[in-house]
Design a protein around this ligand. Structure first.
Ligand code: GUN
Length: 290
């Protein structure tokens, strides 16, 4: 069996960022103001700090305005809702991103619901979730779509081309990734199955898939012999695991060294889906501004 073609998310994200930068320049020319992204981080979760910093930095690199709001972990729900209300009303802000997870004393659903759906660049507001759940096949995505799922669908469209009629299995039913990915694949005319922790004989189900999207957050969970030869495999997992000598390394949810001998094409971790998430956020922010 030939080795899988690696899907280069880094290169794809770089192309998308260049397109967005061009769109931003045209927007500034036309409107005399920059697209503005507000990021909100409550607390000091290390991974969230890295993500939020990367989002703000990329926005500035692409010519947008970035407004970083760092709030202490003790921030009350009322205080956070008041900030969201100010950002909703601020005409210089086109995109609002509240980094998840929020501290336990804050009701995330209530906060997401408070964001103006037109500024919801994460696509997590119930109105945008509902739009994604009710569009027809091939209908335009003229509303914000969650960034990681959008990135997955762009990588698949590039690597596979026409997805119509393909059998797709999405492993993971999270509202942030699994469900919206499934909706996007349905829009692309795939026959979609969503698998989860209670699915019976998951390996056998996975072996039926022309397209496998794996988003469960378990290091190297999906094994090579679960993959149909030639399938397209998108690994959304980013898991830090011990690598010996006290060091750590990043691995996906797919056992990469096994999968690469079976899959037709495959995203690496890192350098696959990860870079697409931030690039898609920039794309959504520009679209919201437009
Ligand atoms: N936490 C992990 N991923 C994301 C994301 O895409 N958006 C937000 N807001 N929080 C996250």
């Amino acid at each position: 069996m030939a080795e899988a073609k690696l899907i280069d998310g880094k290169a794809h994200a770089e192309r998308l960022r260049r397109q967005v930068a061009e769109g931003v320049a045209a927007f500034v020319e036309q409107h005399g103001t920059k697209p503005g992204l507000a990021t909100v981080l409550v607390g000091a979760d290390a991974a969230s700090q890295v993500y939020v910093k990367s989002k703000g930095k990329t926005a500035i690199e692409l010519g947008m305005a970035s407004f970083d709001h760092r709030l202490p972990a003790e921030t009350t729900e009322e205080e956070l809702l008041a900030l969201v209300a100010r950002l909703n009303a601020d005409p210089t802000i086109h995109g609002i991103l509240v980094q998840l997870p929020l501290p336990r004393h804050i009701d995330s659903a209530k906060v997401l619901l408070a964001i103006d759906p037109a500024k919801d660049v994460d696509g997590f507001h119930p109105v945008n979730v509902g739009r994604l759940g009710s569009i027809g096949a091939g209908a335009p995505l003229d509303f914000p779509v969650p960034c990681t799922p959008l990135g997955c669908s762009m990588l698949l469209a590039d690597a596979v081309g026409n997805l119509a009629g393909k059998s797709a299995v999405v492993v993971g039913r999270s509202t942030l990734v699994g469900r919206p990915v499934a909706q996007l694949l349905l829009r692309a005319d795939c026959t979609v199955t969503i698998a989860h922790s209670r699915t019976r004989d998951l390996p056998a189900l996975c072996r039926t898939a022309d397209i496998l999207v794996v988003a469960i957050g378990k290091p190297e969970f999906l094994r090579g012999d679960w993959i149909k030869p030639g399938a397209a495999v998108i690994d959304v997992g980013i898991n830090r695991v011990p690598a010996g000598d006290g060091k750590t390394r990043l691995v996906g949810d797919v056992a990469f060294d096994e999968a690469r001998h079976v899959a037709g094409c495959l995203t690496p971790v890192p350098g696959g889906v990860g870079p697409m998430t931030v690039a898609c956020l920039m794309y959504n922010t520009l679209r919201s501004a437009q």
